[in-house]
Ligand binder design. Structure first.
Ligand SMILES: Cc1ncc(COP(=O)(O)O)c(C=O)c1O
Length: 405
């Protein structure tokens, strides 16, 4: 794979940051966008824009068709059984909130248990906390080990006849641990417990096939998949969507409204209230085409090479502690440097054009478990190269020189 060609498809890399070539290592936060995605949004607003699903004029029909074509593309991309199983949300956070709120409202009661892990992003904990508060439910945390991964036995031992849902990340946004989703789903199936997967870091870096994974719910963050901001996706098995109540009320999600009663249509309409992020969803169709064009297998192989090189090179620096060492790992390297606050690391790296994230990455529980308040995180995308890692490595050495001399 020619990374130069790939990089050239992303206009952002034509810019200098602090007079330096941009080395973007913050894709777990949000990835950069190829020109095709940017152009698609511009074309939609220039030639095809109208609100969707309401008016009958020609533009409205064109816009509605473009929007729904993206749903079909997503359905195929994730191998959902039907297009009704693809719901557009504003981000993955909203997708998880939708499930916590509707499933929680209907199926979780006092004393029931919600099983999550210590790896979870706040987006897959806080919504369940609300249900804990509202319903008097209990949240159980499967522990992660010092490698930053959760053993399936940890999950197994916490399942009881009170467990109402298992909600797990696909790929940790801190340690990079890839969870054995299929095995967990098989375990849960035996007890008829639904499984929600936070796929924010899984979808951009792994092959995601809903029939193979078998999970009940899968949350996707499109802005981490070379797509526009303002778009998330909830995949849910139709059997759930048929029985869950609507999430938000308003225009566009009703069937018939009377003074004494309101009825609702089926999915996805029931769950997509108000005017949607139309242009962004249409733009996302080009992200899927981009990923498919490169090929998810090529993406995985390329990122694996860069990850392994990065781990090897960064490990040579004795003052660096890499957070976690999971056996099955995705494109993330979180680290601390002795005596230097992660925010200072990020600031110094930025001087060299290297964009990383510093902080708790919305995983305070995991950071506490690792005995730290914050970390620096380099996360990879398809555009990263070994040269990017070399710049990162030298920039880290510069941090040492400034702070530890
Ligand atoms: C693992 C994980 N879950 C959830 C989220 C939230 O995603 P979104 O910004 O689409 O709501 C993120 C984003 O950083 C994440 O990394």
């Amino acid at each position: 794979m020619d990374t130069k060609v790939i990089k050239s498809k992303f206009p952002i890399f034509q810019n200098k940051i602090n007079g330096k070539q941009l080395i973007y290592l913050d894709s777990a936060n949000s990835s950069q966008k190829p020109k095709t995605v940017i152009d698609r949004i511009s074309k939609f607003y220039s030639k095809e824009f109208s609100n969707i699903g309401r008016s009958v004029h020609s533009l409205a029909v064109i816009a509605t068709n473009r929007f729904e074509e993206t749903r079909d593309l997503v359905k195929k991309f994730i191998n959902a059984k039907s297009r009704e199983e693809v719901i557009f949300t504003k981000n993955a956070t909203e997708a998880i909130n939708l499930v916590a709120s509707t499933y929680g409202e209907k199926f979780i009661n006092k004393g029931d248990e919600i099983l999550i892990t210590e790896l979870e992003h706040h987006a897959n904990y806080v919504p369940w906390h609300f249900i804990r508060q509202r319903k008097g439910a209990i949240i159980k945390f499967a522990e992660c080990n010092d490698k930053g991964e959760v053993d399936i036995d940890e999950i197994k031992k916490l399942i009881t006849n009170k467990t109402k849902i298992i909600a797990i990340t696909h790929l940790s946004n801190v340690t990079g641990a890839i969870m054995p989703v299929k095995k967990i789903v098989d375990l849960a199936n035996e007890k008829k417990i639904p499984v929600l997967v936070d796929g924010c870091q899984g979808a951009p870096h792994l092959e995601i096939d809903m029939q193979k994974l078998g999970c009940d719910f899968y949350a996707i963050s499109c802005h981490k998949m070379y797509g526009p901001t303002g778009v998330g996706i909830l995949y849910a098995k139709k059997k759930w969507l048929d029985i869950l109540p609507p999430y938000q009320g308003g225009g566009g999600m009703i069937e018939e409204v009377k003074k004494d009663n309101i009825t609702f249509p089926g999915s996805p309409t029931k769950f997509e209230a108000g005017t949607l992020q139309t242009a962004e969803v249409v733009g996302f169709s080009e992200s899927i085409k981009f990923i498919e064009g490169v090929g998810i297998k090529n993406i995985m192989q390329h990122e694996r090479e860069i990850l392994e090189y990065g781990l090897e090179e960064i490990r040579k620096n004795n003052s660096v502690r890499i957070i976690g060492d999971p056996k099955n790992r995705g494109s993330i390297i979180s680290f601390t440097i002795k005596g230097i606050h992660p925010h200072d690391i990020a600031t110094i790296l930025d001087e060299d054009g290297v964009a990383i994230r510093a902080g708790h990455h919305c995983c305070q529980i995991l950071h506490k478990k690792m005995g730290i308040a914050a970390s620096a995180r380099a996360s990879l995308g398809i555009y990263n190269t070994k040269e990017d890692i070399d710049v990162l490595k030298n920039s880290i050495k510069k941090c040492n020189k400034i702070f530890n001399n």
